[in-house]
Design a protein around this ligand. Structure first.
Ligand SMILES: [Zn+2]
Length: 309
């Protein structure tokens, strides 16, 4: 090969590497957020408890540092609801919601991840009673913070709401509250992109669920899914497949019920799901960084392609 062509090829490769999504994301900051949110100090981030409040303050502080807009005082959207168990306990939940205006559209993409988890519970055989919720869902929350950081520096074409939601574990309450008291007309929402559990999978697979109902979204994402790391698979959204159907399994359900297109990114359940062992030491940092980068790449493509709809 001629030396000139070699140099040209090399610079094309370097350009592609520099353009790859991994470079868009601050890995250290992503991991730092995950470590903090899943630490024992936050005691499993149960709605209404001190650790949950610490998580909420951490998220709001970051949104503030990024100078994001919001429709709520201090980014906090409060709501109350009644628990489902005996005694119908009354809860106060608080979502943390920021907004970045679009440069080309009044339409809005809503990025969601729940930051609450189940708190302190029954001890496991190792005597651990803190349900840290590292994968579920410190992972999605940490990724959401990095996405907000990215778009604060590279404004999106659509308006983007970044909503760290509370009380998912108590019945998608935060998502329902956001949809009920939404800062725009719901007609303006073109997509809900929800992340819940994106930091580990032994097979190296990440699922995106929801395209059964919205095949046009599959068409947009298919090129990114080809040869992706982790492997991006479509599915878990076919009606009548019981627990295999994730359409109502997390916060995106509140949008689905309003007939708003959704994409839910998550991994299949693992042995540490809803166990005290869902801890930072059991996630896969490499998987987590590449999964977060992949979802950000999907979000960038959707922001571009949905303008054409
Ligand atoms: Zn979850």
């Amino acid at each position: 090969m001629h030396i000139y062509r070699k140099v040209l090829l090399l610079s094309v490769c370097l350009f592609l590497v520099s353009q790859s999504n991994a470079q868009l994301l601050n890995e250290r900051s992503l991991i730092k957020s995950m470590v903090f949110l899943s630490s024992d100090d936050l005691a499993g981030r149960r709605t209404g408890e001190a650790g949950n409040q610490q998580a909420r303050e951490f998220i709001a502080k970051r949104f503030g540092e990024l100078n994001l807009d919001t429709h709520y005082s201090d980014f906090l959207q409060s709501f109350s609801f009644q628990g489902r168990g005996n005694g119908q306990k009354k809860y106060e939940g608080v979502n943390v919601v920021a907004f970045i205006p679009g440069t080309e559209s009044k339409k809005v993409i809503v990025v969601t991840a729940h930051f609450d988890h189940v708190g302190i519970g029954r001890k496991n055989s190792q005597g651990d009673s803190i349900y840290n919720g590292a994968d579920d869902n410190a992972s999605g929350t940490a990724a959401l913070l990095e996405f907000a950081d990215y778009f604060s520096k590279n404004p999106p074409k659509h308006g983007m709401i970044f909503a760290a939601l509370d009380a998912e574990e108590l019945g998608l309450q935060g998502a329902r509250a956001l949809v009920r008291d939404f800062p725009f007309s719901l007609d303006q929402v073109v997509l809900n992109l929800n992340m819940d559990m994106i930091s580990r999978n032994e097979k190296g697979e990440l699922y995106v669920s929801g395209t059964h109902y919205y095949p046009e979204l599959k068409t947009i994402l298919e090129p990114l899914a080809k040869n992706s790391t982790p492997k991006l698979l479509f599915g878990h959204d076919v009606p009548g497949t019981g627990a295999d159907d994730w359409t109502r399994s997390s916060d995106h359900a509140a949008f689905f019920e309003e007939k708003i297109p959704h994409l839910y990114f998550g991994v299949e359940d693992h042995p540490d799901y809803h166990q005290p062992s869902d801890e930072y030491k059991n996630i896969d940092p490499e998987f987590f960084v590449s999964a977060s980068s992949l979802v950000l790449g999907c979000l960038l493509t959707l922001d571009e392609e949905l303008l054409k709809e």
